[in-house]
Design a protein around this ligand. Structure first.
Ligand SMILES: [Zn+2]
Length: 176
């Protein structure tokens, strides 16, 4: 009797987890499909190279700053476009840094993932931290930013930080 119930619970939980896993995979796939070919290749290269570099990092050295991670990944051979677009700059940051963090969180023994598995792992993890990985969050919410954003807002210059530009206002209403 008890065994039967435990089986039921285990099966229900397994079904639930499988469904949730499939939904997460769909979300990652939809995001990757929304990118241009060039962006998709960039995300893949940086996520995989970032992951590999993170795995190799001596654990007692801690995690370097984001800008250092990007430099490390580029030095390791990631091909960065000569004049990246704003979208590409954001994706370079998110993929390289989250790839690195995911590598750091694993040991070389359990690190032997297929490249596509690494890309999925990295994008899925970016979804969980939209404040730290804003480009993935933005492009999921507003896939055609900036040209196709229906709520484009001007950002005044703030030297020396930046020269101003535009931002997506699609989430502004949600934040109120
Ligand atoms: Zn928008």
């Amino acid at each position: 009797m008890t065994d039967y119930r435990e089986d039921q619970v285990t099966q229900t939980l397994a079904d639930y987890l499988a469904k949730r896993e499939a939904a997460r995979a769909d979300r990652v796939r939809a995001f990757l499909d929304s990118l241009t070919d060039r962006e998709r290749i960039l995300v893949k290269d940086l996520a995989v190279l970032g992951y590999t570099q993170g795995l190799k990092r001596p654990r007692d050295e801690g995690c370097p700053k984001d800008s250092q991670v990007v430099s490390l990944v580029v030095e390791a051979g990631a091909a960065i476009p000569a004049s990246p677009t704003a979208r590409e700059r954001g994706l370079i940051h998110d993929a390289a840094v989250m790839g690195y963090v995911q590598g750091l969180m694993r040991t070389p023994e359990d690190g032997g993932l297929e490249e596509s598995a690494v890309v999925h792992l990295v994008v899925d993890a970016c979804f969980a931290f939209p404040d730290l990985y804003p480009a993935v969050a933005l492009l999921e919410r507003c896939p055609r930013f900036p040209e196709g954003c229906p709520n484009l807002r001007a950002v005044p210059p703030n030297p020396p930080e930046h020269d101003g530009g535009v931002r997506c206002g699609c989430a502004d209403d949600e934040e109120v």
